[in-house]
Design a binder for this molecule. Structure first.
Ligand SMILES: Nc1ncnc2c1ncn2[C@@H]1O[C@H](COP(=O)(O)OP(=O)(O)OP(=O)(O)O)[C@@H](O)[C@H]1O
Length: 275
């Protein structure tokens, strides 16, 4: 059967095979292994000698100063950038280019204004299956909005549709590029809770690029800091879920923020950083 056409970068893949690859049965997610990766734009070397291993099913946070290469790292993993040197392996096999089981959610929802909410979500389903799209809309709490146009939705609702579109393809890896950056504080917290719940239920590997260190601590198992084109720090977050903003939370937050800002905390507060 001829592959179905999708909507370019919006749905990540250009062509969708009729059948998605088998998901990792044990965890549902992809194990990613990046070795000595280098990404260059002309003379500008954005990533260099970058090594990063992300176990299947982990929720990883990526932080760092503006322009340090966070989105480039995410785009490399998504197959939207090519490494000049080094390798990206998924479950042990070298990979490059776009894959149907890898989805990206961006800061702007990227909905097609001439399609209804349901049809926007159907873009994410390989065969455009209505039931699968409806199921995904229900997961994000928008089952009753399927016939509406994107223009009548709030910013938070648009991002929910974008999340539904990503989930509709049953991804093994979901990449979040600052997806909540434009939302108000309350909607942002609601979306964080939704993303955490869906990640726990669906068991995909997740990577979140964010400027908000608190958001990374609230959501992820581990936070890496990108600096000078490589991973300079690697911090496990061992707090129980759902996370409360207590003194342990604040400790992780200030530890990471101080690293980002290069205001090193006193030695007795530094424990936990493995690099
Ligand atoms: N396609 C491209 N062509 C040329 N330069 C690029 C391209 N994409 C990114 N860059 C440059 O690479 C560097 C890293 O960009 P990137 O978007 O990865 O940073 P970032 O850490 O995500 O930044 P921010 O936090 O501000 O979003 C920047 O200097 C940027 O200008």
């Amino acid at each position: 059967m001829a592959p179905a056409l999708s909507q370019g970068k919006i749905g990540v893949q250009l062509e969708l095979p009729a059948k998605l690859p088998q998901r990792n049965a044990a965890t549902g997610g992809i194990h990613i292994d990046i070795q000595e990766a280098q990404v260059q734009f002309g003379e500008l070397e954005v990533l260099r000698n970058l090594n990063l291993s992300i176990p299947a099913g982990q929720f990883l946070g990526v932080v760092g100063r503006s322009g340090c290469g966070k989105s480039t790292l995410l785009r490399l993993i998504a197959g939207l950038e090519t490494a000049a040197k080094g390798t990206v392996r998924f479950d042990g096999a070298a990979t490059s280019g776009l894959r149907p089981d890898v989805r990206v959610m961006f800061q702007d929802a990227r909905l097609l204004p001439w399609k209804t909410v349901l049809d926007n979500v159907r873009i994410g389903v390989p065969d455009g299956d209505r039931d699968k799209a409806r199921e995904a809309l229900a997961l994000v709490g928008l089952a009753d909005r399927e016939k509406e146009w994107p223009s009548v939705l709030s910013g938070g609702q648009k991002q929910r549709v974008s999340l539904a579109r990503a989930l509709a393809g049953d991804p093994s890896l979901l990449l979040f590029d600052e997806p909540l950056g434009a939302l108000d504080a309350l909607t942002r917290i609601e979306m964080q809770q939704l993303i955490e719940r869906l990640w726990q239920e669906r068991k995909f590997t997740a990577i979140l690029v964010t400027h908000d260190v608190g958001e990374a601590v609230a959501l992820t198992d581990r936070v890496v800091l990108v600096e000078s084109g490589t991973i300079s720090h690697d911090q496990s977050i061992t707090l129980a879920r759902p996370r409360e903003k207590d003194s342990s939370f604040a400790h992780y937050e200030s530890l990471i923020l101080n690293r980002v800002l290069e205001r090193r905390p006193p030695a007795n507060e530094r424990d936990g950083f493995s690099i």
